[in-house]
Design a protein around this ligand. Structure first.
Ligand code: P6P
Length: 332
């Protein structure tokens, strides 16, 4: 029998155990994300040719200038998720307030909420660097039949039923987990099909790459400065190599595949760092742990943190188990 690579659709059907909650709905929800990812990928692929990479003069809740593709991606995911009648609410980096979805019968009977950064790293679009969509999925905690509430989104990351990202890079890839390991799918744009390209991903327990924006060095806490000096010492398996793209999807995907540590620490100007807990830190923390890695805020497991605000920021240290645990000894 030839080694036939599974498509994402076949994979979802072949693995009913992936969806211990509600097979059909969560599978449909991941399919909706798959579809929206293809729509965004198509738009991005021609961005350099059409005047769509410029800005539209508005800014998002983060005060960051919204680029047309940010807005396009946000609308593509919101519309696709709304039309599938599975989601009762969405939190997006691009929207100040949560989005309430009452469903086609206006009776708020949908059971899932989605948190997302529709186009993370978008400042890199104009220079053709990998950007991505990051998402997390939770079961609502408010009663079915009532409008979604903020509490539905302020759940700790350990209650995510699924999380993942779509990387728009040299190829378009969808990587996700439902709590049963991590699998990666690569899009064949010629036929619009994702194929299983990275089954059962495991983060190497050790690597030799550290990834941080060292431009902030003077503003980092002393423990972080000491760790950066440690990785640069000529000792044992060090110095490590420095790699930093400035797009979380690119930096964390490399960390997952090759091993290493990616961190966005607190600093005097950003006491909680820059990354957002709901739709950057938690989805990647879920993926990292499911692939044998670790993700902390410098002292505690990211997935155990109870959010207090839908756009709150959180320091993030994630990657190979041995490297993150070593880094944590400097943060005491
Ligand atoms: P800095 C993109 O805006 C983002 O949220 C992440 O994708 C990325 O890792 C980080 O910010 C880059 O931030 O301060 O290093 O430019």
């Amino acid at each position: 029998m030839p080694n036939r690579t599974l498509t994402l659709g076949e994979f979802l059907i072949d693995r009913p155990e992936e969806f211990e909650y509600d097979n059909a709905e969560l599978g449909q929800l991941l399919n909706a994300i798959r579809l929206a990812g293809k729509v965004v990928s198509h738009e991005i692929r021609k961005a350099g040719l059409v005047d769509i990479t410029g800005t539209i003069g508005s800014t998002n809740v983060q005060g960051e200038e919204q680029k047309k593709l940010d807005v396009f991606a946000n609308e593509a995911f919101i519309n696709t998720l709304t039309n599938r009648d599975i989601v009762c609410g969405i939190v997006s980096e691009e929207n100040d307030e949560m989005i309430s979805i009452s469903g086609s019968d206006n009776r708020n009977r949908n059971k899932y909420v989605v948190v997302m950064d529709p186009l993370d790293g978008s400042s890199n679009i104009d220079v053709n660097i990998t950007v991505g969509t990051i998402f997390g999925i939770y079961r609502r905690v408010s009663p079915v039949g009532t409008p979604v509430t903020e509490e539905d989104f302020l759940q700790p990351g350990n209650l995510q039923v699924a999380a993942g990202f779509i990387a728009y890079g040299t190829s378009t890839m969808m990587v996700y987990t439902t709590g049963n390991g991590v699998n990666g799918f690569t899009l064949n744009p010629a036929i619009g099909t994702y194929y299983l390209s990275h089954p059962n991903i495991q983060v190497p327990t050790k690597g030799n790459i550290y990834s941080v924006n060292e431009g902030g060095y003077v503003h980092f806490p002393q423990g972080v400065k000491n760790y950066i000096k440690y990785v640069q010492q000529e000792e044992e398996d060090r110095p490590y190599t420095s790699r930093y793209v400035g797009s979380m999807v690119a930096d964390v995907w490399r960390t997952i595949l090759l091993g290493g540590i990616y961190f966005y620490p607190p600093s005097t100007g950003k006491p909680d760092g820059k990354l957002r807990l709901l739709y950057e830190c938690n989805p990647f923390a879920f993926l990292l742990e499911q692939a044998g890695g670790v993700a902390t805020d410098g002292t505690q497991r990211i997935l155990d943190i109870k959010p207090t605000d839908i756009h709150q920021r959180m320091p993030f240290f994630g990657g190979s188990k041995e490297m993150v645990e070593k880094a944590m000894t400097f943060m005491k």
